[in-house]
Write a protein that binds this ligand. Structure first.
Ligand SMILES: [Zn+2]
Length: 315
C-alpha cells in the first residue's frame, strides 16, 4: 500500500510538472523567443533594439566613453558572445584589435564569418576615405576606409534597413513587423538628416569651419556641409606632435576657426590649450548612445550631438 501511494504521488507530481512546464512555456513564450544580439558599440545596440523591439535582447560590448578602437577583450565578453544568436559589428577594422580574439575564444559558429549570426554593418554604407593613403605601420588606424559612419544618420538609416532584413531572416515569424519597423526607424533618421543639413546651411562659410581631434567626423562634415582643414591628431590614432600642434594653431588663427570637436574618450589637454590660445570652444561629443544605462535611441544621440555642434558654430 505504501509503495502504491508512492507510485501515485510520483505520477501526480509528473503531471503537475508537465502542466507547470506548459504554463511556463506559454507565459514566457515572448521572452524565450527573444533573439540574443551582441553588438560592439552602443550606437549599434540602440539601432538593433529600436528595429527589433520586444523580439531582441541586446547588449553592447563597449560603452560610449570607451574608444571603440581599443576595448579590453575581457573574459565576460567571451561568455556573452558564446550565447549570442547574432553579432552586429561596425567593421572597417574599427574592432580589429579586440573582436577577433573574442570570436575565436567563444567557439560559437553562428558569429563567425559566414555564420548565420554574423552582421558587418559597414557592408551597407557608403564608405568614405576608402582610397585615402593610409599606413598602419605609421600608426594609422583607418587603413580600410573611415569607420566612423554612424555619426551620419543617413548611413544609420541604411544600417537600420539592413538590420531589419537580417532580423527578419532570423525571426521569420516577425518578418512583416521587423521590415516595417526598420523602414520607420530609417525614415525618421532620413528626416533628421534633411532637417539638420538645411539648418547648418544657414550658417556662414566662416561659421562652418571646424577642427576635429580624431579623424572621426568626415561623415558629419560631408552631411552638414562643414569644412575641416585638419585634425589635432596628425594621423588617426597617433598622438599630436608639437610641430603638428603648431600647424593646427596657425591654421585656426588664419582661418578664424572657433570650434574644436572631439569625442569624450580622447585626451582634452591639447584641444583645451589650442582653444585658450585662439579663444575657441571645445565641443565634446559622446562616443555613442547612452544605451546600457538610459536606453537612449540612436536618433536621440545624433540630435544631442548635432545640437552641441550647432550651438558652438552659431555663436
Ligand atoms: Zn578612428
Amino acid at each position: 500500500m505504501k509503495r502504491m501511494t508512492h507510485i501515485f504521488c510520483t505520477g501526480s507530481f509528473r503531471q503537475f510538472r508537465l502542466a507547470a512546464c506548459t504554463i511556463l512555456l506559454l507565459s514566457s513564450g515572448a521572452a524565450e523567443a527573444a533573439l540574443k544580439v551582441v553588438t560592439t558599440t552602443p550606437d549599434l545596440a540602440a539601432l538593433v533594439a529600436e528595429v527589433g523591439g520586444d523580439h531582441v535582447d541586446v547588449m553592447t560590448m563597449s560603452r560610449p566613453d570607451q574608444d571603440p578602437h581599443y576595448v579590453d577583450p575581457k573574459p565576460s565578453l567571451v561568455v556573452d558572445l558564446a550565447r549570442a544568436d547574432l553579432l552586429v559589428f561596425n567593421g572597417l577594422e574599427l574592432e580589429i584589435g579586440w573582436l577577433p580574439p573574442l570570436q575565436v575564444n567563444c567557439r560559437n559558429a553562428a558569429v563567425q564569418k559566414g555564420g548565420t549570426g554574423y552582421f558587418d554593418a559597414s557592408r551597407y554604407v557608403k564608405v568614405m576615405e576608402a582610397d585615402r593613403e593610409a599606413n598602419r605601420a605609421m600608426g594609422d588606424i583607418h587603413p580600410g576606409g573611415n569607420p566612423h559612419y554612424l555619426y551620419d544618420p543617413r548611413e544609420g538609416a541604411k544600417v537600420a534597413v539592413a538590420l531589419g532584413n537580417k532580423l527578419a531572416e532570423l525571426i521569420p515569424a516577425q518578418r512583416a513587423f521587423l521590415l516595417q519597423n526598420a523602414e520607420k526607424v530609417a525614415g525618421s533618421l532620413r528626416e533628421i538628416a534633411k532637417r539638420e543639413a538645411e539648418r547648418f546651411r544657414g550658417l556662414s562659410k566662416d561659421q562652418r569651419r571646424v577642427v576635429t581631434y580624431h579623424r572621426s567626423l568626415v561623415y558629419v562634415i560631408d552631411w552638414l556641409g562643414l569644412e575641416r582643414p585638419l585634425n589635432v591628431e596628425a594621423r588617426p590614432g597617433v598622438a599630436p606632435t608639437p610641430g603638428h600642434v603648431a600647424r593646427v594653431l596657425s591654421t585656426m588663427r588664419s582661418q578664424k576657426i572657433k570650434t574644436i570637436v572631439q569625442e569624450r574618450h580622447y585626451p582634452t589637454k591639447t584641444s583645451n590649450t589650442l582653444a585658450r590660445m585662439v579663444k575657441a570652444q571645445v565641443v565634446v561629443f559622446p562616443g555613442g548612445a547612452s544605451f546600457a544605462d538610459k536606453k537612449e535611441l540612436y536618433s536621440q544621440r545624433i540630435q544631442r550631438t548635432v545640437e552641441a555642434l550647432y550651438d558652438s558654430l552659431s555663436r
